[in-house]
Design a protein around this ligand. Structure first.
Ligand SMILES: NCc1[nH]cc(CCC(=O)O)c1CC(=O)O
Length: 306
């Protein structure tokens, strides 16, 4: 019997696309191995009527996939790095990150081209505290309304008139061939992306050297350095994508530039800073920048959020 590699995946269209993407890339790299998907139904997909922060917070979308890996039913799970908390549970590792999609947030509306052109008091849908903070900081007059569900559900809620505009990740829309729905991209200056936004990572059992060796071919060195820097910010701030924390790194192979910010979800306070240094010190730069943010008031913002 030939060797099989099993990818546990959530069943949303975006999760399936991401898992299939890794399946195809692995299958191409490893023609002698059978790469298959193991679809799993997770709590985060079932419970759509309550805010994400309430129903489990950190690691919500990972738990049940990790359980399948721990039980030996699957060898790996594919994640949007944006959804991966700073610290993985003991026994898990995330050694491989793929070449990135867009890191940017998308402004999506059926009537307006840009965030700037929204009328006074317009209703904007997002359930991300980070996006809420960014949007309210730019436009304090706008009303932020909760928006849960998978990408298609969110678009349907916009289309039926619940909002004047919504903000989603460009990467998710592009993967689902919905890029035509992007009215405009929010720039990095307008909306600093979430840590790991647009990047896919592969999680495995920490002691599974065989799978680690198989997936290593997919690792993108540029992105790996970027992720090390961004995730180091999160490690210090103990954040997840459910907190109003943003960080984005770029580098030229030598020098890394890391921007980060922590904002109050009502947009009234935005602590921003940036740091540059050698790519070899990506994680140290992330820690140092996070410490500076904490000293500049991020500690208070995060403490107030509980
Ligand atoms: N939290 C859900 C989620 N996780 C990853 C993406 C998009 C793809 C990515 O950032 O890699 C999305 C949808 C969104 O935020 O619009």
């Amino acid at each position: 019997m030939s060797k099989t590699l099993r990818i546990a995946t959530r069943q949303s269209q975006l999760a399936m696309w991401q898992a299939e993407h890794v399946q195809v890339r692995l299958q191409t790299a490893l023609p002698e191995i059978d790469v298959v998907l193991l679809p799993i139904r997770t709590e985060g997909d079932r419970v759509l009527d309550r805010p994400l922060a309430e129903i489990g917070g950190k690691g919500l979308f990972l738990k049940e996939l990790e359980a399948a890996i721990a039980a030996g039913e699957a060898d790996m799970a594919v994640h949007s790095m944006k959804d991966v908390p700073a610290e993985l549970p003991p026994g898990f590792a995330l050694p491989t990150v793929l070449a990135p999609g867009s890191p940017l947030d998308a402004f999506v509306s059926n009537h307006y081209d840009t965030l700037e052109s929204l009328p006074d008091g317009a209703r904007v849908g997002t359930s991300s505290l980070r996006r809420a903070a960014m949007i309210k900081h730019l436009r304090p007059d706008l009303e932020i309304l909760s928006l849960r569900g998978n990408v298609q559900t969110r678009l349907a809620k916009l289309d039926r008139g619940d909002f004047d505009a919504i903000v989603l990740a460009c990467a998710g829309l592009e993967r689902l061939e919905l890029a035509s729905r992007i009215a405009s991209e929010l720039t990095i200056e307008q909306s600093l992306p979430a840590i790991g936004q647009g990047v896919l990572g592969i999680e495995i059992r920490a002691d599974d050297d065989e799978t680690a060796a198989h997936i290593a071919a997919l690792d993108d060195e540029y992105t790996h350095i970027r992720i090390d820097a961004e995730r180091a910010v999160n490690a210090r701030l103990e954040g997840s994508c459910h907190l109003p924390i943003a960080a984005h790194a770029v580098h030229d192979g030598q020098t890394l530039r890391l921007r980060a910010c922590v904002g109050k979800p009502d947009g009234s306070v935005m602590v921003r800073d940036e740091i540059s240094g050698p790519t070899g010190e990506a994680a140290e730069l992330g820690h140092r920048l996070a410490d500076r943010l904490l000293a500049a008031g991020a500690d208070k913002i995060l403490a107030d959020l509980g």
